[in-house]
Design a protein around this ligand. Structure first.
Ligand code: ZN
Length: 257
């Protein structure tokens, strides 16, 4: 390579590198127990162009579409109330296959177990090798607060809506969005809620341990005794910091050239 082609080569590279980094897919994973405010955080994030993966919504869509997967999910939700992991995994992967255009995807409620986290890693390695994982744990230091949040939770009865309200903040009997009746979920009884939270915490700790071993640090956001706005602020700060440090290393890369 003579000196002129070297120069052109470098100029080409300088333009090329930022393009690769900008096109990199970002995957934000939210871990946290029921009542930790994952859903509310996702609501706040709607102002950005994030694509949201909500396994709950996906299940409802599959059931409504009467697909083979949907029929299986419906069967389990009518009988055991719990859809096996492999069915959820298949549903998530089919959905991810279609997310070619999405730049940032936020995962609400997935993965729920270490096995699912491992399967997701395999999927990303083969199908989205240049994606960047960013994991957040909405951590509670007060389990009692989580229990009370869920026990005070009211859900819109309309299956298409399912908006969530808190009894402490609303006196209304009907949904603001669709006028559906607000009910307490049948499985939101105190005993079941406590068991569910304990199970979630155990699973989350295993997932965090798994990612730590992979060398992907999990960012902890404390959710006890803080408002949803403060949780959102901390989350955004993390993302901005990351964007800034990516930008700095990118500028440094360019200087090096
Ligand atoms: Zn509603």
């Amino acid at each position: 390579m003579n000196i002129f082609t070297t120069k052109f080569y470098l100029i080409g590279l300088t333009f090329f590198i930022p393009t690769i980094l900008e096109a990199q897919k970002k995957i934000l994973i939210l871990l946290g127990s029921p009542g930790s405010g994952k859903g509310t955080l996702v609501e706040y994030c709607k102002q950005f162009n994030f694509t949201v993966l909500s396994t709950g919504n996906l299940c409802r869509q599959e059931i409504a579409s009467k697909s083979h997967l949907g029929q299986q999910i419906e069967y389990y939700s009518m009988t055991t109330g719990l859809t096996p992991d492999n069915i959820i995994d298949e549903m998530v992967e089919t959905w991810l296959d279609k997310q070619v255009e999405s730049e940032t995807i936020i995962f609400d409620g997935y993965p729920r177990t270490k096995d699912q986290a491992e399967r997701l890693s395999n999927y990303l390695q083969t199908k989205m090798p240049d994606s960047q994982l960013d994991i957040f744990y909405l951590e509670s230091t007060d389990d009692e607060e989580l229990v009370q949040r869920i026990l005070n939770r009211l859900v819109c009865e309309n299956k298409q809506c399912q908006a969530v309200y808190n009894r402490r903040f609303t006196n209304s009997q009907s949904c603001k969005k669709c006028k559906g009746i607000l009910i307490q979920r049948a499985d939101d009884t105190e005993h079941i809620v406590r068991l569910r939270i304990a199970g979630f915490i155990q699973n989350n700790l295993e997932i965090i341990d798994y990612y730590n071993k992979l060398g992907i640090p999990v960012k902890r956001i404390l959710v006890s005794n803080v408002t949803p706005e403060e949780v959102f602020e901390r989350f955004i700060n993390f993302i901005e910091l990351e964007t800034k440090s990516n930008k700095n290393s990118l500028e440094k890369n360019n200087e090096d050239l």
